[in-house]
Write a new protein. Structure first.
Length: 264
């Protein structure tokens, strides 16, 4: 039996999604341990994508294979055995040939920034205290990202890939100066290692006047090298939507919409 599991997680205290040799504190391993306790046998989990340490997901999909249909409420028992930082929303039985990663046609990431210190926002939004930027320039820089096809210049490890082409279908910047908050949202068929956080880094560099729009355009076109790339902080980043042609996820569970209030 093949299942997709729709869930969300707060990545603040984890070393990322993917299982690692030097730590047991990954989301993948936490879920696998819970499933193994429930099913009383080893269960492997595959995710729809990789998230780095400290990065969150308000909509994420994993897949599992079981020898037979559970004779118990799997969603209930998973939520009982998982920490409060990981929540299961829905479980679907799918065809054997479905894959949660390769069958996804689009993913959306949202990145949140605030510049007035507050303990409420910090776990889920990156603090850039007393931020002074030109928001209009940043919006123009986001428009340049939307026009870009090859993201080699904005990838942490481009040589890992056969190609660095991405089909960006949406890329926008929302500002709420009264609240002292900002949201960057981007949708694509695929993303590369570190790509969104490097995008945010360059948007901030443009906004601060460290580089011009023309220089950013040249960087995107790989006509100019910019060696000092420092990915934005991880805690502001959410995988917030994943889309399949054969499955509709219940968006009412998507709590990132709370953070989007005032930034729409």
């Amino acid at each position: 039996m093949h299942y997709f599991i729709h869930l969300g997680f707060d990545g603040s205290k984890y070393s990322g999604w993917q299982r690692q040799k030097n730590t047991r504190n990954t989301i993948q391993e936490i879920i696998e341990r819970a499933l193994t306790r429930i099913c009383k046998k080893s269960v492997s989990v595959y995710g729809c994508g990789r998230t780095d340490a400290g990065v969150h997901a308000s909509q994420y999909v994993i897949q599992i294979y079981l020898d037979e249909a559970p004779q118990f409420d799997l969603k209930f028992l998973l939520n009982k055995n998982l920490p409060t930082s990981i929540a299961v929303f829905e479980i679907f039985e799918v065809n054997q040939d479905r894959h949660c990663r390769y069958d996804a046609v689009a993913r959306t990431y949202d990145y949140f920034i605030h510049w007035n210190k507050t303990p409420i926002l910090f776990p889920n939004s990156s603090l850039y205290e007393d931020l002074e930027v030109d928001f209009d320039l940043m919006k123009k820089a986001a428009a340049l990202i939307l026009e870009t096809k090859d993201f080699r210049a904005l990838c942490k490890q481009p040589d890992l890939y056969k190609n660095t082409l991405c089909q960006i279908s949406n890329c926008e910047l929302f500002i709420n100066e009264e609240q002292g908050r900002m949201r960057f949202t981007i949708t694509s068929n695929r993303f590369l290692r570190g790509m969104i956080r490097i995008c945010v880094f360059f948007l901030l560099e443009v906004g601060r006047g460290k580089i011009t729009l023309d220089e950013f355009s040249a960087i995107l076109k790989q006509e100019m090298d910019y060696k000092e790339k420092h990915p934005a902080h991880p805690n502001g980043l959410f995988l917030s939507k994943i889309e399949y042609p054969f499955l509709k996820l219940d968006d009412s569970y998507n709590q990132v919409k709370i953070l989007c209030t005032g930034l729409e």
